[in-house]
Design a binder for this molecule. Structure first.
Ligand SMILES: [Zn+2]
Length: 215
């Protein structure tokens, strides 16, 4: 569902650019609204969310899909935790649909899906592991790297129930915006994948804007 934001980008309290192949990890407090912008189009932002006070509570694709009765995420979707609490809600979306079924790329899946020689190519799982290693203050470890959301990524379900990775439905400047319902840790890998069309074979930066009402 296409829904425009009520916020003005110029009034954001915080603004970050995340290059493809890089990670982003920050605390986002309850009540804050934040936006991911697909700056150049057809980019996948592989994202995990945690309860900042209790990171064992984390985003759950199964709870989210079951409760909303739909496999795609868009404006109005409530993103739920493995304790079935609403962690955040998508409040605006100019892309229209986001994937939470396809999972993140890893060096292992690259070798299985594409070629053994892809093993040394950079992958989202590596970026997440680097993020938690370089930021011990978030108290995350390997077991916390779990099922994610692929913002802007197009993974349609076929009539036979299959999953396909298709060329993007996003475009330059499209965005998705969420409101935090609890204090969150947000962990993004801006996907470096070159072997399927999730990034249009050309990984590009995204932007993160935060409107924190406490400021
Ligand atoms: Zn990836």
């Amino acid at each position: 569902m296409i829904k425009e934001s009520q916020f003005d980008a110029h009034n954001a309290n915080q603004k970050y650019t995340v290059d493809s192949g890089d990670y982003f990890i920050r605390y986002i407090p309850a009540g804050a609204t934040f936006r991911f912008v697909d700056l150049e189009g057809n980019q996948a932002a592989d994202t995990l969310f945690y309860n900042a006070h209790h990171p064992a509570e984390r985003y759950s694709a199964t709870d989210t899909i079951r409760e909303q009765g739909n496999v795609y995420l868009t404006a109005g979707s409530q993103l739920r935790s493995n304790e079935n609490q609403v962690m955040l809600e998508i409040v605006a979306d100019t892309c229209g649909r986001h994937d939470t079924l396809g999972g993140a790329c890893a060096t292992e899946s690259n070798t299985v899906r594409y070629d053994l020689e892809k093993r040394c190519m950079h992958a989202c799982r590596d970026s997440w592991m680097l993020a938690i290693a370089e930021h011990p203050e978030f108290d995350l470890d390997k077991r916390d790297i779990s099922h994610n959301i692929n913002f802007f990524m197009n993974v349609p379900v076929t009539s036979a129930g299959g999953l396909t990775f298709e060329d993007g439905i996003s475009a330059p400047g499209k965005y998705v915006e969420m409101k935090a319902h609890m204090d969150l840790i947000v962990l993004i890998s801006n996907c470096p994948q070159l072997n399927n069309p999730c990034n249009g074979y050309n990984p590009t930066p995204i932007e993160v804007l935060v409107w924190d009402t406490h400021h």
